[in-house]
Ligand binder design. Structure first.
Ligand code: TYD
Length: 138
């Protein structure tokens, strides 16, 4: 069986009569140190986000509200995930391409990131990404 590119993790959930509480914490349920969070919201119907790869950045991504789909590829193998629960996150390693799509109207997508924002860490062009992957292999 080929290894998965990404892994889904269950985020702890404390539920009582007051509602639910979930958390991510450095050193506890993340394989990297948190340097940044950002979130996507008010994504118009049919819009897509992402469409890039990262040289070094690792991320945990989840739907805090609503749902979206994400497709991950390393150029050879692809995986698609539906994220629709605030206590399920997808761990995305470095050097994969991601496309986010099918956002529900109410979606709030949270990204927990291992690095501060650095445009130099991005592959914005798929062909550049594939070129870098091929360089890694050869
Ligand atoms: P973009 O990479 O297009 O978003 P997405 O990955 O969701 O498709 O980012 C949109 C703009 O926001 C772009 O000009 C870069 C800027 N930005 C920051 O300044 N800081 C950040 O942490 C992020 C993620 C983006």
């Amino acid at each position: 069986m080929k290894p998965k590119l990404c892994s889904l993790i269950e985020i702890p959930k404390f539920s009582d009569g007051r509602g639910d509480l979930s958390f991510v914490e450095n050193g506890l349920n993340l394989p990297f140190e948190i340097n940044r969070i950002y979130y996507l919201y008010n994504v118009p119907p049919g819009e897509t986000r992402g469409a890039h790869g990262h040289k070094n950045l690792q991320q945990l991504i989840m739907a805090l509200a609503g749902s979206f789909e994400i497709t991950i590829t390393d150029g050879v193998n692809s995986e698609s995930y539906l994220l629709d629960r605030p206590n399920i996150g997808l761990l995305i390693p470095r050097m994969v391409w991601r496309d986010l799509h099918n956002f529900s109207k109410d979606c709030v997508c949270l990204v927990v990131a291992s690095e501060k924002y650095d445009e130099g860490d991005y592959y914005r062009s798929y062909s550049e990404f594939i070129g870098a992957k091929n360089d890694q292999i050869s």
